[in-house]
Structures are given as structure tokens and as C-alpha cells.
Write a protein that binds this ligand. Structure first.
Ligand SMILES: O=C[C@H](O)COP(=O)(O)O
Length: 264
């Protein structure tokens, strides 16, 4: 069975004080929580500080980053490379987030290049996919997700999806407080897994598929009770220790319940 994973994407939020307080609180409150992997992705400028505080707390939280450049080194002012992220201790890297697709005009081709450098560097891509509200209303959810998956599969082969994470994030649910319905999300996750299975059943069965879009402590359990929702990519609710911890605990508990039910 797949191990649940909850990732906190802090987006453009933080300060030296906040990094310390949030990490110390998370480490305390999560110290005895087992059964769910937890990643935090602070802004890149705070990664080193975050690593420092995680180290002091002797925590098993893992460090992630929110973006990577397509180049490894050279004259690319303002960019951060995969090897730098690895060097500083990040393991999971978010790519293809709709905020970057929209505000930074990142194309599928560009995202494939990022995916490639991450694989070459030995980092784990968190590939975000998902449709806009208009596409959702036009019934294009599956075709949009398929196109965004094909960008990687057609360029790199399905094997590239081994040890990678998919995050399904319907754009209309991000930061709106309007989460997609758990059964709706389950249907899309099942489609995504089935789409990958057409290329390779084992990779499809093992790949972690997260949901992102207004996940909070009130909707978390029902989401994680769905068979193909392996965890969450959490934005706003990851900025407060209490809410993020409740989401992590909900993932651990819901998946434990599913495991027990499968055994009876
Ligand atoms: O990366 C996280 C997602 O964009 C979800 O953000 P949100 O939880 O604030 O809706």
C-alpha cells in the first residue's frame, strides 16, 4: 500500500521568525505522529534556515522547494538550480504549479525540462496538474490532466514517473476555500492512475497522487478516505501549525483505517 504524504507549500510567505516558530511547533506536535510522510516547502531564501531548525529539533520532516530552474549552472541571473537545492538538503521539488503556469507563463515543455533536471539530480519532482474552472465546466478535466501527463511521458517515457509525485490541483479550488468534492477528486485520481497504468501498471499502482485545493482540517478526513487520494499538497492551511498537524493526523488515521478494513 502507498504511504501517505502531506506537503506544506508555504508559497510567498515567511520571515526568519515565522520559519523558526512554525518549524519548532510542527516538530513538537508531530513528534509522535507516525504513518504519514511530511514535507515542508518554504520560500527558497529560507531553506537553509529551515534545515537548521529541523536539525535542532532532530525532526523527520523533509525539506522541499517550490521551484527549480531548467539550467544547472551558468549565466542565469536570479535562478536556483536543482544541484543547489540538493546541496542545501531539499528532496521534493514542486513543478508545474498553476501559479507558475499562469503568472510565469510556464509551458508544458518548460515543465518537462524542470522534470528532467530533477531526475538527473536525484530529486523527487512533485508534478502539479489540473484544470481551470472553464475547462472543468466544459468537461475537459480528464483531457487537460492527460495532456499535462503526456508532456512528461512522451518526452521521457513512463519510467520517469517512478519515484515521483503527482499533485492534482483543480485551479478553481486553490486558495478559494472551495475544495473539490472528495468523490469528484477520487474520480480524477482514478483516471490519472488508470491513464498511467495504460503505460505501466506497476508505476501507476505505486505512484503517490496528492490532492491540492483548499484542504483544511474539516475536509481532510473525507478526502483521505478515498482510495486514490494518497495525501495532500496544502497551501494556506500549512502556515499554521495546528491546522497543518490536524491534516497530517487525518491522513495517517484515514489510511490506517483503510488498511485495517482491507485486512478484515
Ligand atoms: O500548493 C498548494 C495548493 O496550491 C493549494 O493551496 P491552498 O491549500 O491554499 O488552496
Amino acid at each position: 500500500m502507498r504511504h501517505p504524504l502531506v506537503i506544506g507549500n508555504w508559497k510567498l510567505n515567511g520571515s526568519t521568525e515565522m520559519v523558526k516558530e512554525l518549524i519548532v511547533a510542527l516538530c513538537n506536535k508531530l513528534s509522535n505522529v507516525i504513518g504519514c510522510d511530511v514535507v515542508i516547502a518554504p520560500p527558497v531564501v529560507y531553506l537553509d534556515l529551515a534545515k537548521h531548525h529541523l536539525g535542532i529539533s532532530n525532526s523527520n520532516l523533509t525539506l522541499g522547494a517550490q521551484n527549480v530552474d531548467t539550467n544547472i549552472a551558468g549565466a542565469f541571473t536570479g535562478e536556483v538550480s536543482a544541484s543547489m537545492l540538493k546541496d542545501i538538503g531539499a528532496k521534493y521539488i514542486i513543478i508545474g504549479h498553476s501559479e507558475r503556469r499562469t503568472y510565469h507563463k510556464e509551458s508544458d515543455d518548460n515543465i518537462v525540462k524542470k522534470f528532467t533536471v530533477l531526475k538527473l539530480t536525484g530529486l523527487i519532482p512533485i508534478l502539479c496538474i489540473g484544470e481551470s474552472e472553464a475547462e472543468n465546466q466544459d468537461g475537459k478535466t480528464e483531457s487537460v490532466c492527460a495532456r499535462q501527463l503526456d508532456a512528461v511521458i512522451n518526452h521521457l517515457g513512463v519510467q520517469a514517473l517512478e519515484n515521483c509525485v503527482i499533485a492534482y490541483e483543480p485551479i478553481w479550488a486553490i486558495g478559494t476555500g472551495k475544495s473539490a468534492k472528495p468523490t469528484q477528486v477520487q474520480a480524477v485520481h482514478k483516471f490519472i492512475r488508470g491513464y498511467i497504468a495504460k503505460h505501466n501498471v506497476e508505476i501507476a499502482e505505486n505512484i503517490i497522487i496528492l490532492y491540492g485545493g483548499s484542504v483544511n482540517p474539516s475536509n481532510a478526513t473525507e478526502l483521505f478516505t478515498q482510495l486514490d487520494i494518497d495525501g495532500a499538497l496544502v497551501g494556506g492551511a500549512s502556515l499554521m501549525a495546528d491546522t497543518f498537524v490536524l491534516i497530517v493526523k487525518a491522513a495517517a488515521q484515514a489510511k490506517q483505517n483503510l488498511r485495517s478494513a482491507a485486512l478484515t
